[in-house]
Design a protein around this ligand. Structure first.
Ligand code: FCB
Length: 467
């Protein structure tokens, strides 16, 4: 910790009221930080494979070493403790716990999460487990991946291996992180693992991810011997029409449908949105629903994890004014709001965060919300000591925490906020080039140095709590 740094100017400290029970945390995921990809019996995930595809990841980066967290876990837990947070959201690597995605538990791999849980509890930090943050065992992809219905059942089996071991100490369980990314980026757009480009495969993946969530949730709930919280984390933006034209309004409807309602309607109401079913039918596609699936998917759950980075507008015409593409499908074109951008070229739109949270409260009432990810990449410059004076990231966090407080004032039941991310890490297709950490990582030496934003976050939590 840099002893002279005091965090950002007082003006950035939100003058917001968040209750003492509000959970403050930091988040990571297994493949992005752990490294040690062949240790203790771990076998390749789809990300290990994808990283080997020429051109798939910026600079040909991969997660072989990442932040070497697997070997540095105790120091990293001490670092988390130094930030003054209540909770740590991490994910479990399926191919560590159950290499190949089926069969018995790999004790040596599961032991890592056992030690991590104990280390966190000893440090007074609440462990929040995410069971799937995109590292599907490669063998399951070879058998068809998420478009294959069997993967949902494999996921539920794997979830129980983790649950059986950690549920005596872990209270908060998240099944999936951002199924939209798994389905669309992985199976339709192909920019994430496994890199497939098949619209119908993505539609099947959506359904089987949701089914896997429901199957795992039911089994964990049935096995729970005390009060626990079960949930799912979705990435959600806002989808506003770029103009009030009918074409733009329809594009925004489609984007909102495929981005948000296609998950939340089955989860909360037990049905896919009628307009999405119609849109799919118009292109000869459909969710592969079997009898009883929607009852399983809509198993009541306790917490909705919200990952928010930015809001988008949508246009129903391409740059030439066409309303349909060469295949005859309606155009749904992203138009980024005209705002300052982060290093990801994502616009900074905190007011849309409030808009999203209030809308979730309105459209899916009674569902407690937790912000499981929010943060920003900027082109950091570290000084000789490794310290980064990241005013930009600090301002981003301050504005978005204020946005959460504003949504709470409008009635939204938001119970916590996790900064993405604890430390710089492997940012998927962007490799190590994009830094989201509130702690700087020197990848040559693996030295971690809290950035100004980390000190500010720590101070803000203390200040809001009146410490
Ligand atoms: C989210 C992912 C997370 C990280 C952030 C920047 O979509 O869940 O792993 O990459 O984006």
């Amino acid at each position: 910790m840099n002893p002279t740094a005091t965090g950002a100017p007082g003006l950035l400290l939100p003058t917001v009221a968040l209750p003492p029970s509000f959970t403050w945390g930091v988040a990571t995921s297994s493949y992005q930080i752990e490294g040690a990809v062949a240790d203790d019996g771990r076998t390749p995930s789809i990300w290990d494979t994808f990283c080997r595809v020429p051109g798939a990841v910026v600079d040909g980066d991969n997660g072989d070493v990442a932040c070497d967290h697997y070997h540095r876990m105790p120091q990293d837990v001490a670092l988390i403790k130094s930030l003054g947070v209540d909770a740590y959201r991490f994910s479990v690597a399926w191919p560590r716990v159950q290499p190949g995605g089926r069969g018995p538990v790999n004790e040596a791999g599961l032991a890592f999460y056992d030690r991590l849980t104990d280390e966190l509890l000893a440090a007074g930090i609440d462990p929040w487990v995410t069971l799937y943050h995109w590292d599907l065992p490669q063998e399951l992809e070879d058998a068809g991946g998420w478009p294959n219905r069997d993967t949902a059942y494999r996921f539920a089996d794997y979830s129980m291996l983790v649950f059986d071991r950690l549920s005596d100490r872990v209270d908060t369980w998240t099944t999936l992180n951002e199924p939209w990314c798994s389905a669309w980026l992985g199976y339709c757009v192909g920019v994430h693992a496994p890199g497939r480009r098949d619209f119908d495969a993505a539609i099947s993946a959506v359904h089987h991810l949701l089914l896997g969530h429901g199957l795992a949730t039911r089994r964990m709930q049935a096995a729970a011997t005390r009060d626990m919280k079960f949930g799912i984390t979705l990435n959600m933006g806002t989808a506003d029409p770029a103009t009030e034209s009918p074409a733009d309004r329809d594009a925004a409807r489609r984007a909102d449908g495929m981005g948000l309602r296609v998950y939340l309607d089955p989860l909360c109401k037990g049905e896919y949105p009628a307009d999405m079913i119609e849109d799919l039918a118009a292109r000869g596609s459909a969710f592969p629903v079997h009898d009883g699936d929607l009852e399983i998917i809509s198993t009541p759950f306790d917490l909705l994890g919200v990952n928010f980075y930015f809001g988008q507008d949508f246009s129903g015409t391409d740059e030439q004014g066409n309303t349909h593409d060469a295949d005859g499908h309606p155009i749904v074109r992203v138009v980024l709001p005209d705002r300052p951008r982060t290093a990801m070229d994502w616009p900074i739109t905190p007011e849309r965060f409030t808009q999203l949270l209030v809308r979730l409260h309105r459209d899916y009432p009674g569902l407690p919300l937790v912000v499981t990810e929010n943060g920003a990449a900027f082109d950091d410059t570290a000084d000789a000591s490794g310290f980064v004076a990241d005013d930009d990231r600090t301002a981003y966090l301050a504005e978005h925490i204020a946005a959460v407080a504003a949504a709470r004032e409008q009635g939204a039941d938001i119970q916590g906020y996790f900064a993405w991310s604890l430390m710089d890490n492997f940012e998927w297709a962007e490799g190590y080039a994009k830094r989201f950490g509130i702690v700087h990582v020197d990848y040559e030496t693996q030295v971690r140095t809290p950035k100004q934003s980390a000190l500010w976050f720590r101070d803000t939590i203390g200040r809001i709590r009146g410490a």
